[in-house]
Design a protein around this ligand. Structure first.
Ligand code: NI
Length: 184
């Protein structure tokens, strides 16, 4: 099932997402639907809050960025916690399915260590770098209620303010399904 992507302006994107247990109702179907939703919108990552569920679950598929150095990574992260970030921060232009048509350079550390449970709730601890680390950091931010635009300068924030308001009001056209807040 393809979910509509929650647009910027919805408070669910600002909530701190909750851990889940293996008893979470319909988890496997939800994960499958998240992949379907992500591929339908050509995303490389998707966090549960972006489909309106405030739970600590995100998926990534970096296959489209694959090169000799960094093989593509398709992965499910549940109850994730980034426990270490290392190296000199580097710029990369990010976008977000919830914030269409806005792209900005974001500085992040190149290497992370992350703890999480996989889809079978087996605990994992892994180190990532390259694009995989970048996408994980972006999706992990969603779990914390943080968006990539929070990392840009005050000046840049001012420059995109009108665009953001427009997105929140539903005045943006995309080729995937989105969910906007009702107009107040
Ligand atoms: Ni995003």
């Amino acid at each position: 099932m393809i979910y509509p992507i929650v647009a910027y302006g919805d408070p669910v994107l600002r909530k701190k997402a909750q851990h889940i247990t293996r008893e979470y109702d319909g988890l496997n179907d939800l994960i499958e639907s998240m992949f379907e939703t992500m591929y339908a919108s050509n995303g490389v990552g998707l966090a549960a809050p972006q489909i309106g569920k405030s739970i600590n679950l995100f998926i990534i598929d970096t296959t489209s960025f694959e090169d000799e150095k960094y093989p593509g990574l398709k992965k499910i992260f549940i109850n994730a916690e980034i426990i270490e970030e290392q190296g000199e921060r580097w710029d990369f232009e990010e976008g977000c399915l919830s914030i269409p048509h806005i792209r900005e350079n974001v500085k992040r550390h190149p290497q992370i260590r992350i703890k999480y449970v996989d889809a079978d709730f087996n605990p994992q601890e892994e180190v990532y770098d390259g694009i995989a680390a970048r996408v994980i950091q972006h999706e992990y931010d969603h779990i914390k209620g943080v968006l990539f635009i929070d990392h840009i300068s005050e000046l840049k924030k001012r420059l995109i303010k009108n665009k953001l308001t427009n997105i929140a009001k539903g005045g943006v056209k995309v080729d995937y399904k989105m969910r906007f807040m009702p107009i107040r």
